[in-house]
Design a protein. Structure first.
Length: 374
């Protein structure tokens, strides 16, 4: 079976990119000839499986121009290379399978308007990039080639069906899988050794945030909540944002300088989960959130918002769900569950064990076979 995966670019520290890698790993050894069509591709982690890289140029001075030229280049590649199955992680009209990993753009813009000031809202409404994304998204869903939409949470599935008239048969929920070997619980002495190696307190409660794109993922809300919580709590923020200096300044203004640790992007995040007592994911809009499942697999409980798709996996014994955009509710949940973090560990791992990569692999292959047979 010749399969092509489409992703605009690849960074080893990105959550979506890790999902591409998980997909590649899930298809490994399944009699699949795999190609990746991308503008940039760093093939770290694909050893052991031959993956053909086909470059699609992305040109232009604006984001909208780059989006359109990349899409045109991908479509040209698909015309020149016959594939049995084309699965896109990008909004490219004309593919058979679209994985709606970025959710619905109009829904994100609605959430974004809740946190932006008047000037930013005006700019968003008149930004050609957002218009281009929504135009391509509409064209993708209206294209006759589209057979299946992989929705990575029920939240996204309902939104896709409502916005674009996609049928329940066409929209399929396939939760992400997680590498249960790489992400695993650690013994207490291991966790303390990792803390010591990274220069963090051995015994203080540590709450972890993982993710790039701080605005969408609620780092402002996290900082507001942290300022109202006990001073013995420490926070580690792993991820990149072009405005990181602003968040560091805000943390200082809130009196958090000694307790907030900005660790930057991490290509190998497994040890960082190990040092944490809980993961906090205060996203305004997160179609799934691989970090939630990775934390659970690492034996770490999670507090996430109701606009995080992976919060659908949380049970009272391994985490909590709070309303998006509410620092008070987030702080209350952390305060209320401080004593539960240790008991969450066992339950967290049990939840994650229901979502191995093999489950995702079986779902994808079943989907591919269904398309080939009809």
């Amino acid at each position: 079976m010749k399969v092509a995966l489409i992703r605009q670019q690849f960074r080893p520290d990105g959550g979506a990119e890790r999902m591409v890698m998980n997909t590649i790993q899930a298809l490994s050894g399944k009699q699949v000839e795999l190609s990746v069509i991308a503008h940039q591709w760093q093939p770290a982690g694909t050893t052991g499986m031959p993956v053909e890289f086909l470059q699609a140029e992305r040109k232009g001075l604006t984001r909208a121009a780059k989006l359109r030229t990349f899409t045109a280049a991908v479509q040209e590649r698909l015309r020149a290379h016959p594939f049995d199955i084309v699965q896109s992680f990008e909004r490219v009209p004309g593919v058979q399978i679209y994985r709606a990993g970025d959710g619905v753009h109009a829904t994100w813009l609605e959430q974004k308007a809740r946190m932006d000031g008047p000037l930013s809202r005006w700019w968003t409404r008149h930004d050609h990039f957002h218009r281009a994304v929504m135009e391509q998204e509409s064209a993708l869903y209206a294209h006759p080639a589209l057979r299946k939409v992989i929705c990575i949470s029920e939240m996204i599935r309902k939104d896709v069906m409502l916005r674009f008239g996609v049928s329940p048969e066409q929209a399929v929920t396939v939760y992400n899988g997680v590498d249960l070997t790489r992400f695993r619980p650690r013994e207490k002495h291991e966790r303390q050794a990792i803390r010591q190696r990274l220069g963090l307190p051995k015994c203080a409660p540590i709450l972890l945030y993982v993710g790039s794109g701080f605005q969408r993922k609620g780092v402002d809300i996290l900082l507001q909540a942290a300022a109202t919580l006990p001073e013995d709590l420490h926070w580690v923020i792993c991820g990149h944002d072009k405005a990181i200096a602003r968040y560091q300044k805000r943390a200082h203004q809130l009196g958090l300088s000694g307790r907030i640790h900005f660790a930057g992007p991490q290509a190998d995040i497994a040890d960082w989960y190990a040092l944490a007592d809980a993961l906090v994911h205060p996203a305004w809009y997160e179609p799934f959130g691989n970090v939630v499942l990775e934390a659970l697999a690492s034996g770490v409980g999670v507090i996430a918002t109701d606009r995080t798709g992976a919060s659908e996996l949380l049970t009272p014994g391994c985490g909590a769900v709070v309303p998006a955009g509410n620092a008070g509710e987030l702080a209350d949940a952390i305060r209320r569950h401080l004593a539960d973090f240790e008991s969450w560990r066992t339950n967290a791992r049990k939840v994650a064990e229901d979502y191995p990569l093999s489950r995702m692999s079986a779902s994808l292959l079943s989907l591919y076979q269904e398309i080939l047979e009809t």
